[in-house]
Every structure is written in structure tokens, then in C-alpha cells.
Design a protein around this ligand. Structure first.
Ligand code: PGA
Length: 259
């Protein structure tokens, strides 16, 4: 299981400190193989690194640039994240796609850069309410996945195997993000199953056994986590709003610990 907390552009300094303090106190069950990762804004990287250094909790960035460096005002490279001690990066989140015009092709380039740098990418895919209402969500999300992984599909077999061992996918229906409207368990299961089949068709790998976890994201909280994480094709959760509440987020971690 992987529980990822996406803080977005939310906590102020004091709130970030409190969240990190709560996370640094987190003690997983002794037989747990659950990975906990938080995604603070870049200004808190060094604070996160210090607070979490001696814990099992990791941290990552909410985005990175596709180039390794250069004249890109306002951007942060994968290498910078890595050098600060980050181990993960969220890529292609629907807010990046919506507000920063990120395309599948761009997200695909960022995935390759993250992988080459040694960061674990979480590739986000998900349909809008409009697409869901038209009943074209399966095709839409699977096409997003395929297009975002086009460069991975072109890798040599060896490089591709290594890439797939690091890759994490998050299915986040856009209409469920920050709205309190969670996808039904049946819908989550069906979408994850479809994505697993798509990955099998694209790469010939059996998932999640082959190690590419698919997380669900969209209004996950401590009250619905047990049901969602109990679904077989769900390997964890990408949590937004509830990751800002230490008690709620730690409850989700404890639920995942027992799965
Ligand atoms: P939410 O956000 O949990 O607040 O719906 C999830 C996300 O955007 O990753």
C-alpha cells in the first residue's frame, strides 16, 4: 500500500510544521509494508527533509520540469528535488493539466526525466464530469495513460522494466477531487481493473503483481478509506484535503497499514 498526501498550495509555515511533526511521530504496524509519502510545496522541502530524515515517511514534489536545468524561471528540476532529499514526484495532476495546460506529451517527458533522476513518479489520470456523463470515461482515462506513457513504451526492454518498477499510477476522477463526491466502489474497481488491463496490453505485465501500483484519489478521508483500500485493484490512495488534517491522514495510514 502507498498513502500519498498532496498538500497542494495549502499549509502556511506553522501548519506545515505541525503536519511534519505529526508525520514524524507516525509508527507503522510492525508487519506493515505500507509506504507513506507527503508532498509539501517546494518552500518546505528542506523542513520536510529534516523532520522526516529519521522516520520511514518519505516526501516528494507536486511537480517537476521536464528539462534537467536551464532558463526556466519559476521552475524546479527533478535533480533539485532529489538533492534536497525528495524521493517522489506527482506528475500530470488534473490541476496541472487544467491550470497549467499540461498535456499527456509533456507529462510523458516529465515522467522520463523523473525516472532518469531516480525519483518515483505518480502519474495522475482521470476524467472530468462531462466525460463521465457521456460514458466515455474508460476510453478517455486509458488513452491518457497510453499517451502519457508513450516514451516509456519506446524504451529498451531493460529500461522499460526498470521504469515500470518505479512507476505509480493514480486514478483521480476530476469531479471527485476536493468536492466530497467520492466515486462509487464499483466505479473505482471497474476503472482500476480497466487500467490494469490496459497496462497489460501496453507492456505485457501482470499488475499489480508486477509492481505497478494504482492509487485512487478524490475525496478520500478517514471514513471512506477502509472501503476504498479494501478493493483488490486499489494499491493505495492519493489524498488531498484530508492530508492537511494530521489525525485524519494518520488514521488513513493506520487503515492502510492493516491491509
Ligand atoms: P482531495 O484531493 O483528496 O482533496 O479530493 C485529491 C488530489 O487532488 O490529489
Amino acid at each position: 500500500m502507498i498513502i500519498a498526501g498532496n498538500w497542494k498550495m495549502n499549509p502556511d509555515h506553522q501548519a506545515a510544521e505541525a503536519l511534519l511533526e505529526a508525520l514524524s511521530d507516525y509508527t507503522p504496524a510492525s508487519d506493515s509494508n505500507c509506504e507513506i509519502v507527503c508532498f509539501p510545496p517546494a518552500c518546505y522541502f528542506s523542513m520536510a527533509n529534516q523532520a522526516l530524515a529519521k522516520t520511514g515517511v518519505r516526501w516528494g514534489a507536486q511537480n517537476c520540469h521536464q528539462e534537467s536545468g536551464g532558463a526556466y524561471t519559476g521552475e524546479i528540476s527533478a535533480q533539485m528535488i532529489k538533492e534536497q532529499g525528495g524521493a517522489w514526484v506527482i506528475l500530470g495532476h488534473s490541476e496541472r493539466r487544467q491550470y497549467f495546460a499540461e498535456t499527456d506529451a509533456l507529462v510523458g517527458q516529465k515522467i522520463v526525466t523523473a525516472l532518469q533522476t531516480g525519483l518515483r513518479p505518480i502519474l495522475c489520470v482521470g476524467e472530468s464530469e462531462e466525460v463521465r456523463n457521456k460514458h466515455s470515461h474508460d476510453n478517455f482515462v486509458q488513452s491518457q495513460l497510453e499517451a502519457s506513457l508513450e516514451l516509456v513504451a519506446q524504451m529498451s526492454p531493460d529500461a522499460q522494466k526498470k521504469a515500470l518498477a518505479q512507476l505509480v499510477i493514480a486514478y483521480e476522477p476530476v469531479w471527485a477531487i476536493g468536492t466530497g463526491k467520492v466515486a462509487s466502489l464499483l466505479d473505482i474497481e471497474a476503472m482500476h481493473q480497466g487500467l490494469l488491463q490496459k497496462m497489460e496490453a501496453l507492456f505485457g505485465v501482470q499488475l499489480p503483481e508486477a509492481g505497478v501500483p494504482i492509487l485512487y484519489g478524490g475525496s478520500v478521508n478517514d471514513a471512506n478509506a477502509a472501503d476504498i483500500l479494501g478493493l483488490k485493484p486499489v494499491s493505495g490512495a492519493l489524498v488531498g484535503g484530508a492530508s492537511l488534517k494530521p489525525d485524519a491522514f494518520l488514521s488513513i495510514c493506520h487503515i492502510a497499514d492493516k491491509k
